[in-house]
Design a protein around this ligand. Structure first.
Ligand code: GLN
Length: 479
């Protein structure tokens, strides 16, 4: 077995026991990246030299010497951060995102910044200004998005874990497409400070890994209070320690009544049946909940809010403060126009325009304000459901991994495909995307378990129970 193939837990134990050194591990991961990156194109920036300089300082802490990769919308002090957009040019942030700071303080070593949809808008990685990422399990297919690069680097074993962000499904959908585990934490569990904002009331950072235990390890480091993010939890203790033998006996796990009529690709509905059976065998009670407002209005509500927030958040890219600019404009207006016309891709532009319309004074009540009210009703839908049940089981996506280029022209179809993930962000809930096995044509299939706010650690315990039956994903042979 090569060192790069080790899961996070084994990496930490191996380093502690001095079975191998941080530099040996670094070289093994670097070799893996060198040999696969031409095929997968998961990285926007490689940071080998920075990683070496970190190793020279003999990092200490729980993750001492553990290589990782961050989605390229997380600020890294002095290291190019693009959000996969031309508009940020060669911008180097002057500070670290808090989640990365926590990892860095715990000794983690940065190997690179991962590809993503531009400003995290999309679900294929196809809107990146840096080209598409390929799914390591089938190079002709998308890895999902927007955190497609972060999911691909864990699936292909560049590193044992990575960070992504999830505004409407961007951790859970690519995790399921790439056959890894991904957690979208409760809103407020992980600091958003230094995460390039898309929809600030929805954005949340979370981990990707190849086992649930590894997600627990990452959460134990990044789920920490940060005074720099006013939405970050305070005065709460979150225990992400691993329990060897968790039980879901007697837990009520629900399917959503309204979703039963919607079509799913066969491998996904097969996986639903398989996991239902596993949960029952483990003593859980499978039941049903009704989420009528979610089923009917969540997609429209999410896109109205996400686009409105995006249009405000992206106002700051004006050619003055960040990255790309032009020096020969004859007026300020011309500069803004030229910078923004060239700098933003078409999906981002259309969302800025939509967001502008949704929030302009004459229409604001009718659209943006109405969407905020619907959002409250959606949160109530879930709150009612969680009065009766412990978790909700549902797909992370209705369809299997499309071929690269197959879906990018049909934005509406992409929006609708987020139905299973985005309600979770609207209600601020945690969602675990877990691996269930492979389809007949060897593509990984994932599903999602959702819990009430702050139930992240129980959700992960339930994930451990499921994982006992499904086994870990295989690292694709890419040589
Ligand atoms: N696909 C959704 C969107 O484009 C979600 C993206 C995300 O979670 N960042 O908005």
């Amino acid at each position: 077995m090569e060192l790069y193939e080790l899961n996070l837990y084994d990496v930490i134990e191996g380093l502690k026991a001095k079975k191998f050194s941080p530099s040996e591990l670094f070289e093994s991961c670097k070799k893996r990246i060198d040999s696969c990156e031409d095929k997968i194109h998961a990285l926007i920036t490689r940071t080998d030299d920075f990683a070496k300089s970190q190793l020279d300082e003999n990092p200490a802490g729980l993750f001492a010497g553990v290589p990782t990769i961050l989605k390229d919308n997380m600020c890294t002090n002095g290291i190019k951060t693009t959000a996969a957009s031309k508009i940020l040019g060669e911008w180097k942030p002057p500070y670290d995102a808090t989640a990365w700071k926590f990892l860095r303080d715990a000794g983690a070593v940065l190997m690179g910044k991962a590809n993503m949809d531009e400003f995290a808008m999309g679900n294929t990685c196809g809107s990146s200004a840096y080209g598409a990422t390929h799914n390591p399990n089938d190079l002709s297919r998308v890895p999902g998005g927007s955190s497609g690069g972060s999911a691909a680097v864990v699936s292909a074993a560049y590193v044992p874990f990575s960070l992504g962000s999830d505004t409407g499904g961007s951790i859970r959908q690519p995790a399921s497409y790439c056959g890894v585990y991904g957690l979208k934490p409760t809103y407020g569990m992980v600091s958003r400070y230094g995460l390039i904002s898309y929809g600030s009331s929805l954005d949340q950072i979370g981990p990707f890994a190849r086992t649930v235990r590894d997600l627990q390890l990452v959460m134990s480091v990044i789920a920490n209070y940060d005074p720099m993010d006013s939405s970050c939890f305070r005065n709460k203790n979150h225990d992400f320690s691993h329990n060897e033998n968790p039980s879901i006996k007697g837990k009520k796990i629900a399917l959503v009544k309204e979703f039963q009529d919607f079509t799913l690709d066969a491998p996904i509905s097969d996986a639903m049946n398989k996991i239902k059976k596993i949960l029952e065998d483990e003593g859980a009670v499978i039941t049903e909940v009704s989420l009528p407002i979610v089923a009917r209005y969540a997609v429209a509500c999410y896109y109205a809010l996400a686009m409105s927030e995006a249009h405000t958040n992206l106002e700051r890219y004006d050619g003055v403060r960040y990255g790309y600019t032009v020096n020969d404009a004859s007026s300020l207006k011309e500069m803004f126009e030229r910078v923004r016309s060239y700098g933003f891709g078409s999906e981002v532009k259309s969302r800025i325009i939509a967001g502008t319309c949704l929030t302009e004074p004459k229409r604001c009540e009718e659209y943006y304000v109405a969407a905020t009210k619907v959002r409250t009703l959606i949160a109530q839908d879930f709150a009612k459901a969680f009065n009766d049940v412990d978790f909700i089981l549902q797909p992370a996506t209705p369809s299997m991994q499309p071929k690269i280029g197959e879906v990018d022209d049909d934005a509406m179809k992409g929006y609708e495909a987020d139905l299973y993930t985005l309600p979770v962000n609207l209600a601020g809930l945690p969602g675990l995307s877990f691996f269930t096995g492979y389809s007949e044509n060897k593509l990984p299939v994932g599903l999602q378990l959702i819990g009430p706010r702050w139930s992240d650690s129980e959700l992960l315990h339930a994930g451990v129970v499921i994982e006992r039956h499904t086994g870990d994903p295989k690292i694709p042979d890419l040589n």
